[in-house]
Design a protein around this ligand. Structure first.
Ligand SMILES: *Cc1c(COP(=O)(O)O)cnc(C)c1O
Length: 353
């Protein structure tokens, strides 16, 4: 820490991302896709070789062409679409724009919400999930908001039905509900996008990092009323007007245009997830019902931390959350390819016997 750091920043507890490594390991710890992005993305990058000179120009600060494709694919108006450098950036803007003094979210959820609240200078109000790790919308009665819900939730993978989101939205229309749909492509029937027309207190945030296989590119997007989008733009134009670079915009367009490829990879991952959940359960694990590209599991009389460390020694990286009291007996395993998961299960079997 330098002697120049201000007090506000000194007091922050930054987010700790899952380990990224150059070692040759089986990497099942940060919910990346095991599949590359659409081959159309590759073509765009080839194309960029010929127009690299354009990189001297700033990108379109509105990223209109990308927002246009996103609105097309999702059958909404472009005025309802916002894009950012990953959904983390958008969530950061949303905390800055919409939280006055408090932010409400479940006790077990994406760890970054606490950090965003901290940075925005607002209190984190954590509402405990039920014993079975589901959300009871009634627990939010009387809460003034904003409320932030990851759906499907992370790291549990459990999805909340659209009806329950609607309960949160209709209970108080002067309360903003932010739904983080980072994993919704693995459970598309549960999106609350159709509620957008009816509720102007809904902001939906999504990402290309998981289902589109583009974690390395940093593309996030959001849907809300034109007024909410304009509020997000106030923050963006006060911080980083050119938040998506020219390459990301072009790559994003290619990825969204190839919905067939998205459906194919998502379907492969979902099948592999079912295999993995079954194999874990055969080994005596309790596996929470997952609607995402990872599973969350625990095993009676098994030290999760030790197992995590042993797997690591064997070259298999998964995620263990040491600092979240209610889930220290759980492990989160990202879904790779079939062959990855078979290897994972083999290594795991060896350790358990
Ligand atoms: C991965 C993840 C994000 C962040 O995604 P980026 O777009 O890569 O910043 C946001 N929310 C949840 C719940 C996630 O799991």
């Amino acid at each position: 820490m330098s002697r120049f750091l201000n007090k506000r920043t000194e007091e922050l507890t930054p987010y700790v991302p899952g380990e990224q490594t150059h070692r040759k390991v089986l990497k099942l710890n940060t919910n990346e896709s095991p599949y590359p992005p659409s081959p159309e993305v590759g073509k765009v990058l080839d194309f960029y070789k010929s127009v690299y000179k354009d990189l001297r120009l700033y990108p379109d600060p509105e990223a209109f062409a990308l927002r246009d494709v996103i609105s097309d694919v999702n059958r909404t108006d472009v005025s309802r679409v916002f894009v950012g450098g990953g959904s983390d950036e958008i969530l950061g803007y949303a905390f800055m724009a919409f939280c006055e003094s408090d932010a409400y979210f479940p006790d077990i959820t994406y760890g970054f919400y606490r950090v965003f609240a901290n940075l925005a200078g607002v209190a984190s109000r954590e509402i405990p999930l039920k014993e079975d790790f589901t959300i009871n919308p009634d627990d939010y009665n009387g809460v003034r908001g904003p409320i932030i819900i990851a759906n499907p939730n992370a790291p549990t993978g459990i999805v909340l039905p659209q009806k329950s989101i609607e309960t949160l939205l209709s209970a108080d229309k002067n309360r903003l509900v932010i739904v983080d749909e980072a994993y919704i492509d693995f459970s598309p029937q549960n999106t609350c996008l159709p509620l957008l027309a009816k509720y102007d207190n809904l902001l939906i945030v999504r990402t290309c990092s998981k289902s589109y296989g583009l974690a390395g590119m940093r593309i996030g997007y959001a849907f809300g009323s034109p007024e909410l989008i304009s509020d997000l733009n106030r923050v963006k134009y006060s911080f980083n007007p050119y938040n998506l670079d020219r390459v990301s915009i072009t790559v994003g367009i290619a990825a969204f245009r190839d919905q067939t490829y998205l459906r194919e990879t998502v379907s492969k991952i979902t099948k592999t997830r079912e295999y993995t959940a079954q194999a874990l359960s055969d080994l005596g694990f309790e596996v929470l019902p997952s609607a995402a590209n990872f599973v969350f599991a625990r095993r009676e009389n098994t030290d999760a931390k030790r197992l995590y460390e042993q797997l690591r020694e064997q070259g298999v990286l998964i995620r263990y959350f040491a600092n979240v009291p209610r889930i220290t007996d759980f492990l989160r395993i990202s879904i790779g390819k079939d062959t990855d998961m078979k290897r994972f299960i083999t290594v795991l079997k060896g350790l358990l016997s």
